[in-house]
Design a protein around this ligand. Structure first.
Ligand SMILES: [Zn+2]
Length: 503
C-alpha cells in the first residue's frame, strides 16, 4: 500500500462534520479537524442523529489532531473523540488555543453534562492536550527511521485563529517527499479585522473547501454601504433593528462595521456635534438619526466572551484594524456598545425595547432564530411594525429564521416554541457576510502558488459548488498547459458493524 493516503470522515456530502485523516505511513496518522454534523446533515440516510456524533473510525495510529479553526463544524466532535480514547495532542494556532476551550465547554454542556465538576475536569484535560502553534513555524510530528513528518499553520483569514495546514512528509528510505495542504475554511479578502489569506508557496496534494465554489461575493465596500442604508431606513421609523447573529466571527465583523458607521457619522465625540442636523435649540432634528446616542446591544453571553477574546488577540488583527486602534478608536469596544450578560438583564432589555420602541441595534444569538435570546426579542417585538429584523446570515430550510424571511413581508407568521407570532416588523436581508472565500478566492489559492498541486481534492461544499469549482481548476490547468487530477471524494465506505460486535 502506498502512502500518504487521505480518508475523509466528514464534509464530503455537505459542508459540515469536517474530519479528514492523513495516513502518513502504516504507523502514523493525523486528523485534520473533528467537526459536528449540523442542519440537514444530522439526519442522514436512515440513520439516527446520534450516529453522526460517534467517532465511527479507528483511532489506531492517530498521533495528533490539528484543528484548523474553532467553528463547531470543525471541532464539535472533539469531546466525542476524547471519550473514544484519543490520547494525542490537539494542535492549533495560538488564537484558536484561547477560543477552543470556550467553544468546547459549550459543546460539552450540550452533549455530555452540565455538572460543573465534570465540566471543569473536562476543561483541564482539554487544556493539557492543546498545543498552541505559532503561525508559519514548523512543528515535528514524527521522526522515525522511515518517516519524517512536520506541519506548519498559515493564516486562513476566515475567523480569528483560522489556519490552513501544510504537512511535509519525507520518506527516508524511498528518498521521496510530499507536501499536502489542507485549506480548512478560507476567508474572503477584505474581510474586516483579519488579514487576507495568502496562497501557499506550493503543494503536491491540496484538500480544499468549496462552500462558495460556484459563487462570487459582492465586495466589502458595497456590503458596508448596504448595512448603513438598511440601518438608516430601519431607524427612521423608530424602533429597534434585531440582528440574529452567529457567535464567532460574524458578530465581531458586524461590530467592527457598526463602529465604522458610527465613527463616520457626525455627532460622535471628537467629530463635532455641530455637523449633525440640529434644531435651533441644539437638539437633533426628529428625522435625523441620533447616531451619537444609538445603543448597539450585544445580547449573547457566548458572543460577548468571544468578543472579549477577540479584543485580547489584537496582535492578530489586520493593519487597517490596528491603525484604527492607534488612532484611539476601539473597534470592538466602542462607547455605544452595550453587552447584556445576566438573564434578568436580558429580559429587562427585551421589555424595555418592546415598550419604548427606542432606536437601538440588537445583536442576539442565535443565528437562525431556532433558539437563543433572539427568540425572546422576536416574541415581544415581531408583531410591531416599528421594528426591523435584519438577517446577515444563511437561514436554513425549516428554521424560524427562514420562515420569517420568506413569509414575513406579506403578513405572514412564524411558529416560535410552538406558538404563532404574526410578523409586523420589516424584514431585511444583507448578503455578503460570508466569512468564506468565493470562487475567485478558491481559484487564486491554487494559481498563486509557485508550484501548483498535481492533485486537488474538493471537499466541504454542495455538489454544484464542487463541480463548478472542479471545472474552473481544470480550465486553469489546461490554459497553463499543466496536469492535474481533480477529485471529488465521496463518503467513505463504512464497514457495517456486525450485530453484536459493538465497540
Ligand atoms: Zn468555519
Amino acid at each position: 500500500m502506498s502512502y500518504p493516503r487521505i480518508l475523509h470522515h466528514g464534509a464530503v456530502t455537505g459542508v459540515t462534520g469536517s474530519c479528514h485523516q492523513l495516513q502518513m505511513d502504516a504507523e502514523h496518522g493525523l486528523l485534520i479537524d473533528c467537526g459536528l454534523f449540523q442542519g440537514a446533515e444530522v439526519s442522514p440516510e436512515g440513520g439516527a442523529g446520534a450516529d453522526k456524533l460517534a467517532i465511527d473510525f479507528s483511532l489506531e495510529g492517530i498521533k495528533a489532531l490539528v484543528a484548523t479553526h474553532v467553528h463547531i463544524d470543525h471541532v464539535g466532535r472533539i469531546p466525542y473523540l476524547l471519550a473514544s480514547g484519543f490520547k494525542g495532542p490537539i494542535l492549533c494556532s495560538e488564537p484558536s488555543a484561547k477560543l477552543l476551550p470556550i467553544v468546547l465547554e459549550d459543546a460539552f454542556k450540550l452533549g455530555f453534562s452540565r455538572d460543573q465538576q465534570q465540566v471543569e475536569r473536562y476543561l483541564r484535560l482539554l487544556e493539557q492536550r492543546i498545543i498552541a502553534l505559532p503561525y508559519d513555524r514548523w512543528f515535528t510530528l514524527a521522526d522515525s527511521a522511515q518517516l519524517k513528518a512536520a506541519l506548519r499553520l498559515q493564516r486562513a483569514g476566515h475567523i480569528l485563529g483560522s489556519a490552513y495546514v501544510e504537512v511535509d512528509l519525507t520518506y527516508k528510505q524511498a528518498g521521496a517527499s510530499k507536501r499536502i495542504v489542507f485549506s480548512g475554511d478560507l476567508g474572503a479578502p477584505h474581510s474586516p479585522l483579519l488579514p487576507a489569506p495568502k496562497a501557499p508557496e506550493r503543494a503536491d496534494i491540496l484538500v480544499i473547501e468549496s462552500t462558495y465554489g460556484d459563487r462570487l461575493h459582492e465586495d466589502r465596500q458595497t456590503r458596508r454601504q448596504r448595512l448603513e442604508q438598511v440601518i438608516e431606513q430601519a431607524l427612521t421609523n423608530k424602533g429597534s433593528v434585531l440582528i440574529p447573529a452567529f457567535s464567532i466571527g460574524r458578530t465581531q465583523e458586524l461590530l467592527y462595521e457598526l463602529e465604522e458607521i458610527l465613527h463616520d457619522h457626525p455627532g460622535l465625540p471628537g467629530r463635532g456635534v455641530a455637523a449633525a442636523k440640529m434644531r435651533p435649540d441644539g437638539s437633533p432634528e426628529s428625522e435625523t438619526i441620533d447616531w451619537h446616542n444609538l445603543p448597539v446591544i450585544l445580547d449573547s453571553p457566548l458572543a460577548s466572551r468571544f468578543t472579549q477574546v477577540y479584543r485580547e488577540l489584537e496582535p492578530f488583527w489586520d493593519i487597517e484594524a490596528l491603525t484604527r486602534v492607534r488612532e484611539g478608536r476601539k473597534p470592538l469596544s466602542f462607547a455605544n456598545l452595550l453587552t447584556v450578560d445576566a438573564h434578568q438583564a436580558h429580559l429587562a432589555m427585551v421589555r424595555r425595547l418592546a415598550e419604548t420602541a427606542q432606536p437601538a441595534i440588537v445583536i442576539a444569538a442565535g443565528g437562525m432564530c431556532a433558539g437563543g435570546r433572539i427568540v425572546d426579542y422576536l416574541k415581544a417585538m415581531l408583531h410591531d411594525p416599528r421594528h426591523d429584523v435584519l438577517f446577515v446570515g444563511y437561514q436554513a430550510q425549516g428554521t424560524p429564521g427562514r420562515a420569517i424571511q420568506t413569509h414575513g413581508a406579506n403578513g405572514g407568521y412564524v411558529l416560535l416554541d410552538g406558538e404563532r407570532y404574526n410578523v409586523g416588523a420589516k424584514i431585511r436581508t444583507i448578503g455578503g457576510y460570508s466569512a468564506h472565500a468565493d470562487q475567485q478566492g478558491l481559484v487564486d489559492f491554487v494559481t498563486q502558488m509557485r508550484e501548483w498541486p498535481s492533485e486537488i481534492r474538493i471537499v466541504h461544499g454542495d455538489a454544484d459548488a464542487k463541480i463548478a469549482l472542479a471545472e474552473h481548476y481544470r480550465a486553469q490547468y489546461r490554459q497553463a498547459n499543466r496536469h492535474v487530477e481533480v477529485k471529488i471524494p465521496v463518503a467513505r465506505d463504512k464497514p457495517r458493524p456486525q450485530s453484536g460486535s459493538q465497540k
